[in-house]
Design a protein. Structure first.
Length: 280
């Protein structure tokens, strides 16, 4: 018989040090609120595979870049898929969860993303720029990111990277969703201070932009963060679609908005776990 209260294994690296962010504070806050509804145990991502069988669902939150424990994550993922374990976010994500290939695919398909290529022969498809951004296909949290002058960019097109023109943008803005429901938006007024965020009043056009990527990902359950840059002409371009363990910057929200997010997150987890506990 299932436990009276759903049992969640909450995966987080409380010691991870991120530039401009305190992951541990966010997860301490969230777990303190989730305990009203669920029985919780916290574990490091390196321990998730060994512990997951004893829980109704595994919640992957601020676990840090997978590059730091790639082999352990791959074995955890393989075991979860083989056993049908319930993982939140579900492991079907097509965006950052699967690497950066989606930026190449979306760019080629004409989505509003920063123009992106991966091969030297495709550099001609990019807008001319004085400098280019080169990112590893499996990069995260700006690890391995380089900015190179136009004259050197071809030498970096090794097939395992993304290449984008360095965009002159007004600001970055992030849209946060639980399941398919928009929750809040935050923006960084100063492009040089990415994580100094303020609440942002998203327009209907902004949300239409963000929902296009959420709909494309078709995740069903979970938290997604749509990161975009506002170009000088007022348009938006996708920077990243984070669907594995997006940091939420809850500290930047007023209390009522934080409470609304927690309610939405708790309700989503409740529905997700109930599907696992209910007979087919």
């Amino acid at each position: 018989m299932p436990a009276a209260r759903p049992r969640l294994l909450y995966v987080t690296d409380l010691a991870y040090e991120a530039r401009g962010r305190r992951y541990c504070d966010e997860d301490v806050f969230l777990t303190s609120r989730l305990r009203a509804r669920f029985d919780l145990a916290l574990c490091h991502p390196l321990d998730a595979e060994a512990l997951m069988d004893g829980f109704d669902a595994v919640v992957v939150r601020n676990s840090g870049p997978v590059l730091g424990y790639q082999r352990a994550y791959e074995t955890f993922r393989a075991r979860a898929l083989a056993t049908g374990a319930r993982v939140y976010n579900p492991l079907t994500g097509k965006a950052d969860m699967a690497g950066k290939q989606y930026l190449l695919d979306l760019s080629a398909a004409g989505f509003p993303v920063i123009p992106t290529v991966g091969r030297a022969e495709d550099l001609r498809l990019l807008p001319a720029a004085e400098r280019y951004v080169v990112k590893p296909l499996l990069g995260a949290d700006s690890l391995g990111l380089r900015i190179v002058p136009a004259g050197q960019v071809a030498a970096h097109a090794t097939g395992d990277v993304l290449i984008q023109p360095r965009v002159d943008f007004a600001h970055e803005v992030s849209f946060y969703f639980v399941d398919d429901d928009f929750q809040y938006a935050l923006y960084a007024p100063d492009p040089q201070r990415r994580w100094e965020l303020r609440p942002y009043a998203a327009t209907a056009a902004d949300l239409e932009f963000a929902r296009r990527f959420v709909d494309w990902n078709d995740l069903g359950h979970g938290i997604q963060r749509v990161d975009a840059c506002r170009t000088r002409d007022g348009g938006l371009l996708l920077v990243e679609l984070e669907d594995l363990n997006p940091y939420l910057s809850l500290h930047a929200l007023p209390e009522d908005a934080r409470d609304a997010f927690v309610s939405a997150f708790t309700a989503s987890l409740g529905r997700f776990v109930q599907q696992a506990l209910s007979p087919a």
